[in-house]
Design a protein around this ligand. Structure first.
Ligand code: ASP
Ligand code: MG
Length: 262
């Protein structure tokens, strides 16, 4: 299982290089499912466009609108892969069997019916799935909340019994602090789910629900750069996680900007 963030597929050239990366995983002999987020700032742009037409856009319509961002990137990635000679197919969240509750804008996944994805994989295809979206019992499209493609990827990895979920992004992994602010920050080669959950909840750019899911379903999550092959960070059940006192230590520091306390 692989997931590519918006900055990794921000333009056609980047989509092509991601297609080559996906193809390489396929060449190594694995069945490959890749989840794509929307290109660049597409989601922000769609939100502000909607807000130019209404101060409080209807949540159902907004979700259907936002889901199109991921459809664009998935189909383009698939077109690129097919042009490279690989048998690939794109699926919307709904086609991939991702069923959610009805909370538009922050829907939670109820279950994944992975039959279609499995069928395509057994036909030898690479499957590209639109992140961040699902469908309700009433057939309405929902989104999982900002940054939700991470959660799509880990949930699919759990449902398919994938060996690992690779999250490719614009940073080389998880750091002990934000390297833009703390020059001495170090990249972590591994981190436990519970520590990562703390970091993810306070600014370390991953959808916290994806870490929770990884911990519950024991899906190792590997965070690495989509631009180079530098070693990334493996989020897994670390050797320390079961030992009570060993957990009491500082692994990293995250922060949130633009916060006022009253
Ligand atoms: N495109 C969506 C967002 O920007 C989902 C994601 O990036 O994971 O929030
Ligand atoms: Mg995005």
């Amino acid at each position: 299982m692989q997931k590519y963030g918006g900055s990794s597929i921000a333009d056609a050239a980047k989509i092509l290089s991601v297609a080559r990366r996906v193809a390489k995983a396929k060449d190594s002999g694995s069945d490959v499912v890749a989840v794509a987020s929307a290109m660049g700032d597409t989601t922000d742009e769609l939100i502000s466009l909607a807000h130019t037409l209404a101060t409080d856009p209807d949540p159902r319509e907004l979700d259907l609108l936002l889901s199109t961002g991921e459809l664009v990137s998935c189909t383009l990635l698939t077109i690129a892969l097919r042009n490279l000679g690989y048998d690939a197919i794109s699926l919307s969240g709904f086609q991939a069997g991702i069923h959610t509750d009805t909370m538009h804008g922050r829907a939670r996944i109820h279950r994944i019916e992975a039959g279609r994805v499995e069928k395509e994989l057994s036909g030898g295809r690479i499957v590209i799935v639109a992140g961040f979206q699902g469908i309700t019992e009433g057939q309405d499209i929902t989104t999982l909340g900002r940054g939700g493609s991470d959660t799509t990827a880990v949930a699919l990895a759990a449902a398919l019994g994938a060996d690992r979920c690779d999250i490719y992004t614009d940073v080389e992994g998880i750091y002990t602090a934000d390297p833009r602010i703390v020059p001495e920050a170090r990249k972590l080669l591994e981190i436990g789910y519970s520590e990562m959950l703390e970091l993810a909840s306070y600014g370390a750019k991953m959808h916290p629900r994806s870490i929770e899911l990884g911990g519950v379903y024991r899906v190792p999550i590997y965070v690495a750069s989509s631009f180079n092959d530098a070693p990334g960070t493996l989020i897994h059940q670390g050797p320390d996680e079961g030992r009570m006192e060993d957990r009491v230590k500082v692994t990293g520091i995250a922060y949130q900007g633009n916060v006022a306390k009253i």
